[in-house]
Design a protein around this ligand. Structure first.
Ligand code: FE2
Length: 127
């Protein structure tokens, strides 16, 4: 398998995960239950495989090779792909931050439920 074929095969894996993400997003919008672990693994896939591994290879090896072959870095496909990579990183950060907020939200909710239960128990024992 050539390096270009390898990168194309990786695109298929990333596209498959994007299709999974679409299904998961539809479930979340419909307020159906989604395993938190699945969301974390999806974010990890995009962060590690899609960005570090795949985009890393493109940025460190493919784009310099394209430049050597005469493709300009600015104002051409390399610039477009670099901008897309930056955009993708923003999306990954957004998903990771949303997950983090969900943890904080759940912890705060649990704390409030515990406080309400404690208040109720104290009220009952005071009678
Ligand atoms: Fe790519």
């Amino acid at each position: 398998m050539t390096p270009a074929e390898q990168l194309k095969e990786e695109h298929q894996g990333i596209l498959l995960m994007l299709r999974i993400l679409e299904k998961v997003a539809a479930k979340l919008e419909a307020e159906e239950k989604v395993e938190r672990n699945h969301l974390e693994r999806i974010v990890e896939f995009f962060r590690v495989f899609a960005d570090k591994c795949h985009h890393g290879k493109e940025e460190d090896l493919l784009f310099p090779a394209m430049e050597k072959a005469g493709v300009p870095k600015e104002g051409g496909p390399i610039g477009v792909m670099l901008a897309e990579h930056q955009q993708g990183r923003g999306h990954i950060r957004g998903m990771a931050e949303a997950l983090e907020r969900t943890i904080e939200y759940n912890e705060e909710r649990q704390r409030m439920v515990r406080a309400a239960l404690r208040a109720r128990l104290e009220a009952e024992f005071d009678q």
